[in-house]
Design a binder for this molecule. Structure first.
Ligand code: OS5
Length: 231
């Protein structure tokens, strides 16, 4: 089994590389891919760099060049739902692009012809995540995550996103990763731990909690790996 684990920023994959310890570094398409042998499986780890384009390239490379058969994303997010606080874990049931807008032609926000507003994630991987959460007595929330090429730090924009997409959290890579995986028929799982509330204090909260929240998410994904391999 070949499994991809990706993040967007170095801090999001560092806990994974530290855990697995030994890895081979492969340079490809202006990025580094870290190959790990673990329990007769191969795990490919990479951070894409920020945003939808970079994350699409990395997800596509993980699948088409490295042959990964499942893809897990681990990272941080801004909270949209007032129920989500810093450090909370949220797994995406579906994801949309909040900055995709051809509404001038009568289409809903986030929609392009021959596409869909939301990309779904893999139900089996969510089940595995739920069983890990139960075993570890961790609170894992399920919700809608939206993606856009902007760091949201504005209540008005956040409220618009909440109302338009019924979103619980937002970030800058998940929907593009899910769209890539779904197009290539690879099961996808997107996990985020909250680093900020996407409000006027977001950049300060992000700087303070990015590393601790990234580790919460990465630690959770690590505990899922054994179950995925054994399933
Ligand atoms: O990957 C981006 C999306 N992530 C999730 C997220 C988020 N997205 C949108 N709005 C919010 N409120 C969000 N909260 C969490 C996090 C990440 C956000 S962009 C952060 C950029 C921070 C930064 N800029 N420069 N550096 C770090 C230093 C640097 C310099 C050179 C090379 C690498 C890093």
């Amino acid at each position: 089994m070949k499994i991809a684990i990706m993040g967007a920023m170095p801090e999001e994959v560092e806990p994974l590389l530290k855990f697995f310890g030994e890895y081979e570094t492969i340079k490809y398409a202006n990025n580094n891919y870290y190959k790990v042998n673990y329990k007769n499986s191969e795990i490919v780890i990479a951070y894409s760099k920020i945003g939808k384009v970079n994350s699409t390239i990395t997800a596509s490379t993980m699948i088409q060049k490295f042959g990964c058969e499942k893809l897990l994303f681990s990272g941080v997010a801004g909270a949209v739902s007032p129920d989500l606080k810093v450090g909370d874990l949220v797994v995406a049931t579906k994801l949309g692009q909040h900055d995709l807008d051809i509404s001038a032609f009568g289409h809903p926000y986030g929609f392009v012809p021959e596409g869909a507003v939301y990309e779904e994630t893999d139900k089996d991987l969510i089940q595995i995540a739920k069983s890990v959460a139960k075993e570890k007595s961790l609170d894992l929330k399920e919700g809608i995550i939206v993606t856009g090429d902007q760091f949201v730090c504005d209540n008005e924009r956040k409220e618009w996103i909440a109302k338009t997409f019924q979103a619980d959290a937002l970030e800058m890579e998940g929907a593009s990763v899910a769209l890539t995986c779904n197009a290539l028929n690879v099961p996808v799982f997107i996990l985020r731990a909250i680093s900020d509330a996407a409000d006027m204090d977001a950049s300060f909260s992000f700087d303070e909690f990015m590393i601790s929240s990234a580790k919460i998410s990465a630690d959770f994904v690590i505990t899922m790996i054994d179950k995925i391999i054994d399933a």
